[in-house]
Design a protein around this ligand. Sequence first.
Ligand SMILES: [Fe+2]
Ligand SMILES: [Fe+2]
Length: 287
Amino acid sequence: MEQMSLEARVGRLEDDPPIALEAVDFTVVDPTALRRRFAEIFTYIATVEGAVPQNIADITTLLPDLGPLDRRFLVLWEGHELAHSAIFDALRARLELPERNGIDRPAPPTRPRRSFMAFGALAKVTWLQDVFKLVYLARGAMNEHMTYDCYRYLGHHFDSLGEHALVRTVTEPIRRQEAAHLGYYRLAAATHRRTLSAAQVRLAGHITARTYAPVGSTPAGRDESGRVFTGLAGAHVDAVLDAVQDIADQLLGADSRPLPRFVHEAMAECLGRTGAGPDPTGCPTWN
Ligand SMILES: [Fe+2]
Ligand SMILES: [Fe+2]
């Protein structure tokens, strides 16, 4: 039954096409205020949403045995997220912000990152591949929840600035798609978890806690991630992190062995609050 339900979720996503630029009302009331408050945030969003082809190259290398349903989801997920990126690039252009790294639409990568090729070799062991798949699906649910919350808070900011066209045609429709992605990942992870042993689930939890970083953060950009997430959620950032940790606990935890509060720790690192001194690895990320 659950497989049917997962299938139904993918079918529903297939009925929801990527948001076309023509459907967006880019009417802006106060471009100066938007530039001042959101230049870095819009760039971050456009970059992270636009990184999906790289993520897919990595994931399909790590998990060469993904099933047809998983692959169907990846195709529509890519279409949705690239459209989100294009919307924020178009908005940045309207606001006369400089192009990202001089090139707004980089060519999709054709090769996975080297770290994923190494993991992919390990994943030839089916037992490990099943562990990595749970890590991937749980991470997807965590990232989508965080993304969903970011669009929710961005919508509140737009609302309070009177930017109602952007709420109606940007943050609301995107937020709905992020919620649908979250629904898929959460159900896919819970379904997959039931096929694993306790030792596999424990290892998946351990890997996730050791490698987690807020969505989009990189070793070079952890300060930026901290600014973006606190810039969006402000005093509510702890609530955003609590929700992400809850998902990890549900999908990867066990009653007898709770996961550490690694989501808050990862964000604290991005905000320079660890007090542990510089970390040469920065924010490890596995997006
Ligand atoms: Fe997105
Ligand atoms: Fe998404």
